[in-house]
Design a protein around this ligand. Structure first.
Ligand SMILES: C[S@@+](CC[C@H](N)C(=O)[O-])C[C@H]1O[C@@H](n2cnc3c(N)ncnc32)[C@H](O)[C@@H]1O
Length: 285
């Protein structure tokens, strides 16, 4: 039986068929921590019996938490309520042959970016200088350093806890020679890197459009920019059309010279008619 099937069965036994159907897709695993994304209008304490069953029956789970709906503040943190097992929020999370120490209460972490991390890493050419503007615990930066052969990845975050874990993770994965961690505001780092980088990652939808001019300024003569957006569509409108319109309007405002869109991809739905989308751009200055 797969872990998904086992989860479904546990949720059905504890919560009944109807409620289980709402909940089991909301369970994710970060290392040995199971996280249940609590539905709106529900007291997370009500999830404690499910948390205890998950702890007892799903192999490798040592701690279970409920996350309160919504991501808060500029550091993009979720609030969690402990449900069962060890009362510990730090764990080791593995992706693409790399290991990341993270604390779910102190740094942004989401398995939904798993495919994006390796997709972007595979696009990086040998010798590139990469600028990750919103690096969190360093997942994109370290996976790029491990799977491609960049000359340097500047890996920036404004959250001191994210910086702490990024530095730890650079050491854990032995990429000190490639990944350069920076604590600070990405726009200040962009002005220091002016006209020197080949590729910019902007994995923070709330700031991506505002910071696009800084990303473009940091590029050498030309280069790639990966812009992560949240787009809201009207009835009958396609998310792709909307994302491309938003990008072209923003690039026109900042008078970016010529650009081409090399790829557009929906990562996930983030609400009714709201989509998280990545647009890969090649910009010539
Ligand atoms: C969505 S998370 C990044 C996820 C991360 N790239 C990953 O793959 O797990 C956005 C990050 O941007 C950081 N951030 C917010 N404002 C920033 C700024 N002005 N400059 C640099 N980092 C910032 C937050 O602290 C947060 O860690």
């Amino acid at each position: 039986m797969t872990r998904g099937d086992l989860l479904k069965r546990v949720a059905r036994e504890v919560l009944g068929e109807d409620f289980a159907r709402r909940i089991w897709r909301r369970i994710e695993f970060i290392g040995d921590i199971a996280l249940i994304r609590s539905p709106l209008n529900m007291n997370p304490e009500e999830l404690r019996p499910l948390g205890e069953e998950i702890l007892n029956r799903i192999p490798h789970v040592k701690s279970v938490w409920a996350s309160i709906p919504g991501i808060e503040g500029p550091y993009r943190l979720r609030r969690h309520v402990w449900l069962a097992g060890e009362q510990r929020s730090e764990t080791l999370y593995r992706e693409h042959g790399c290991v990341f120490k993270v604390d779910i209460n102190r740094v942004y972490i989401s398995p939904s970016l798993n495919y994006e991390h390796i997709r972007v890493a595979r696009l990086v050419n040998p010798g590139e200088v990469v600028f990750n503007m919103f690096a969190g615990a360093g997942l994109f930066s370290i996976i790029i350093a491990k799977h491609s052969n960049p000359s340097r990845v500047y890996s920036v975050d404004i959250n001191p806890d994210a910086y702490y874990y990024m530095v730890e993770n650079i050491k854990l994965n032995h990429v000190e020679d490639k990944v350069h961690p920076v604590l600070g505001d990405a726009k200040d780092v962009a002005s220091k890197l002016s006209s020197s980088v080949n590729r910019v990652l902007m994995p923070y939808p709330e700031l991506a459009l505002d910071y696009l001019p800084y990303a473009v300024d940091s590029l050498k003569n030309s280069g790639w920019v990966h812009v992560y957006l949240h787009v809201r569509t009207e009835r009958g409108e396609h998310w792709r059309t909307k994302a491309l319109r938003v990008i072209s309007e923003r690039l026109a405002e900042i008078s970016a010279r010529s650009y081409t869109v090399s790829h557009v991809r929906k990562i996930r739905n983030v609400g009714p008619r709201q989509h998280q989308v990545v647009v890969d751009l090649y910009i010539a200055k």
